[in-house]
Design a protein. Sequence first.
Length: 556
Amino acid sequence: MKADSHGNVTNAEADLIAKNGNIKQVLLSSENIFVQNKKFRYNVVNDVTELKKVQESLRESSQKFEAIVSASPDGIGMVTLDGKIQLMSKKLALMYGYSIQEIEGLMGRSIFDFIDVSNHQLLIENMGKLLEGDKDQPITEYQAIKKDNSRFYVDVNSAVLLDSGGNPASVLFVQRDITERKQNEESLKQVTMRLSLAAIAGGVGIWDYDLVNNNLLWGDQMFALYGVDKEHFGGAYNAWLAGVHPDDTARGDEEIQMAISGEKDFNTEFRVLWPDGTIRHIRALAIVQRDDSGNPLRMIGTNWDITAQKHNEQTLRMSEETLRKINADKDKLFSIIAHDLRSPFNGFLGFTDLLVQDLDTFTQEEIRNIAKSMSFSATNLFRLLENLLEWSRMQQGLIRFNCDEAQLLPIVHGSMSTVLEPAKNKGIELSYDIPEGLTIFADINMLLSVIRNLASNAVKFTPKGGKIIISAKVTGDHHVELSIRDSGIGMSSSMVENLFRLDVQTSRKGTEGEPSTGLGLILCKDFIEKHGGKIWAESEEGKGSVFRFTLPTLNQ
């Protein structure tokens, strides 16, 4: 404790030990005073222990505040109630493009100098709310102005500081540069917009399935793909599964579960059944997002309609099958022309050569036999050519289809003219079991060709002395069923299965060596199906055959 030249001491700090042992911090003052020429020592002791504690607390608080300001990644500032800057941290100054040395010169400037004029009204409103005691207002975004007058984006969180009397004194704010975030948000917004436009233009539906909470979110296009309204969509996995076609539900669920478990990627096709019964084909892709431990969190995927593609594929397959059939028919036609047509011509030409070269050496009986053989060859040749021409015209759509109501029995009689002679030569008995007045609704020329071909085959494959019965009856579905039954050599089951196929060889010679191509049966099938009827055969080897076909009738 130092005294001046007069021995006086002013506000000297000292520690005193109180009676209870506590240490007190005091300020000592001492001076000499004279009363009636007598010298007295006047001492004053002030206890400043609590004051020192408050000062220390303030010093520590100031150090902490400075440390927080220094360590904060954000800029920190303080303004008066009228918006004048009182405090600006180094980071805040640098954020606005000012150097640390320029901070002092910024004190007292208005905060509005650093905010774009388009946000001034927002700033005024937010300051007013703060001063009115609104403590729940959210962090606000502003467009700020740098020293070089360039703009950037900040978000600001503010609080009112009160004076010792509890009245607003200033506003403390924490500010963060969010320019990069805003740019990323804008980029994401643009990408999302372009993706949405592309999805809409391409008819692509986007979905997001929260596996943890079983929450399924659909983009607008998904509702169009599934034919449902937003109001009728449950927003869960079962809601999607309910829209899948029942025949594809189990497979769809299995593939989803396999993707979630990581067994395979979700890359599939399935059908959906709209509420109105419409069936659409869907192509689906998805990825599974997982946490760091590999646990599935969500699936994000796309759907798009491939119904038209599926129809095109089906059309292409049908076209390919049609082309294969056409090629098979063409090959069969060439085979018939090359083989079956050549044989009767060779026989016919051979007989004519004999007559030309050796006519004088033949007896009348030999000439008669040759003439019969030539007639037989010519008849077979004519029938083959007739079938070829009719089949060719049928394939080209040149045969007119005109249906009329007619009695069946006269048509059957009329078709027998070409088979009566061959049947008589083989001693085959022809009989009919057709009700008088039974009418059919058919193209008469086509029907004549069908009966003629089937009856001719029956004669061809029935031995001498056999029987052929042509019968008809009305079925319960307003059709007439005709049958031509013979007691001939019959057929194996495999031959019966392939009878009406042009791409499978089923032809064989008759019981007297009569030629056969199988083309007549193909022609019969085409003609009957043209009427909307059916044709089939029943046979066993050695037990004869029966050919049946149906035609519509106007009888009720």
